[in-house]
Design a protein around this ligand. Sequence first.
Ligand SMILES: [Zn+2]
Length: 506
Amino acid sequence: MKKTILLLLALCITSMMFADNFVMVKVKDQQNLRELFNSKDINIHYYNDNFVLATAEDLNENMILLDDKSFEDNDLYFIVYCEKENQQSYIERESAEVLFSNEDLLIVKPLGENLNPAKNDGMVAISNQTARLAQAHRDFPTVTEENQAVRDLMNEVEIENLTITVQHLQDYERRYYNSTEAYAAGEWIYEQFENLGLDVEEFEFKHGVNASSPNIIATQWGTKYPDQYVVCGSHYDSYSHSGMCPGADDNATGVASVLETARILSQYTFDRSIIYCSFSAEEQGLVGSAAYAKFCADMGYDIVGYFNNDMNGYLQEGSEIHIDVIYPDNVAAIGDYYTSLAGVYFPEMQVRHVVFKSGDSDHTSFNNNGFMGIYPFEDNEYHSPYIHTGNDVIGASVNSFEQSERFTHMNIACVATLANLSSEDVMENEYNNVTIFPNPAKTTLTLKAETAGVKEAKIINSLGQIVKEFSFETTTTVDIKDLNNGVYFVKILGDNVVTKKIVVRN
Ligand SMILES: [Zn+2]
């Protein structure tokens, strides 16, 4: 009897969970967006400047009902960017139910296993996860004049390196997210980061039931604030209807910018940690970056900013090199930061804040997981017309490596300034005379300070998680038997902060 009640209860709860409506709510302004996020009536899964997509038990007059059985027979909905004139042919080709359409996009529920993007536009997969509104929880520095050290880093960019990377990735011929070639490209990117001495990992995830080639994540640890992260990224998967998808502009150019940034910055030390990402399954709806950004949010990562690199090698004939920056209104702080840096380092160059109408990219995954992310783009209207075709190759589609170089300069300026080049005197403070031994450490770790006064200490693992927290005055010995082998950071906080790297070999 008891069991039956429990079973009934479980059934009730399950059906309640699936009884929600999938709705769209138009966003009036920023204040309204914050109110929607604070509302108990809806659970938001996606937001942009114009609308949110959410689930709600009860409907009200502000909601547009899209599906009265949300996520019941599908794991994902999709925003498919597609101009009005192409929408009919798209629907005829794809197996999907249209829930909403306007001039620029469709919101659909896939009926088959797979859904493809419209010709050269993007898609965003909407999952049942709760979105987080991005907030600046740390200030962006105000930059009004050139920093010679940052300018020197920018000057290290070699166009030849960008060309070699784009050619190499193009030569795979197709990097469709779950193809053999995509896995091979991912491995090659992994090796490039590894050769720079970075901490590299394969971040695995699935797209629906299918395995995907992994995200490749490389970390350069900060010396002062290793648990604060500046992130830059690009996607390495490609797409076309024809099978051949060399993806030179979309997006070997972005991968080349991130690899070149890593090559240069990895030779120096920075206060904050830097994460270099290469995502997969972006063309399937920002799937790889969504999995990673959610992971970062769930782990409580302190990400100060995300800089996206997607398509920077095509320049319309007769145009001058310029940058269109894309970001939602609520992350204007990072937009202002980007624009001010461009104004300082390239005062002649035009930088426009635009509203992206024909697609989306991985910065949106960060923005929807509570982080500040921005997308500098080659041109909102006159971007490469060859993307998502077999002609996305060097020559036609990547016709200006000078422009790729400029985007790389800007990526370096943004990341290096925010991560802050380490000044040697940072380490020369009163806590620098804390000795930590042995290193590598086994079973115990001893901290010995020469000055009196209470010091707070944390041991942080390579994922940025605090694994131990304690305070001490002059000397203490900590049991570390429970720590796995690997690299850790001991952070000692007082008036100043000192971080020391240790290796544990248990
Ligand atoms: Zn792309």
